[in-house]
Design a protein around this ligand. Structure first.
Ligand SMILES: [Zn+2]
Length: 104
């Protein structure tokens, strides 16, 4: 007889728990959505404000001496040569080096 009463009480507790968690999930979703919109907006603003970092630079592959292009914002990061597939570190762009005499 006690089994029946337990069975009845379980769904009620489950429903109550679900109702409580749904509210929290909705709140979390709204917060996440706001953060996402703010993050996307901030990223877009930062990206549009720094167009100089997207300048294309040229360098020669140290392995096969092929002339390659890369974005100035990727300077100092490793890159793989599409011709010989040897990875090398991208040199800093000549503009950032700031030396008028650094003619190579
Ligand atoms: Zn190469």
């Amino acid at each position: 007889m006690t089994k029946g009463s337990i069975r009845r009480s379980i769904p009620r507790a489950a429903v109550a728990r679900l109702e409580g968690s749904v509210g929290a999930v909705e709140l979390t979703l709204i917060i996440l959505l706001v953060l996402l919109v703010l993050g996307a907006g901030g990223y877009w603003v930062v990206r549009s404000r720094a167009p100089r970092e997207d300048v294309l630079c040229h360098y020669r592959c140290p392995n096969c001496d092929k002339k390659l292009r890369y974005r100035a914002s990727r300077a100092g990061k490793p890159a793989v040569c599409p011709a010989c597939r040897v990875s090398s570190t991208l040199p800093p762009p000549p503009e950032v080096q700031g030396g008028a005499g650094s003619k190579h």
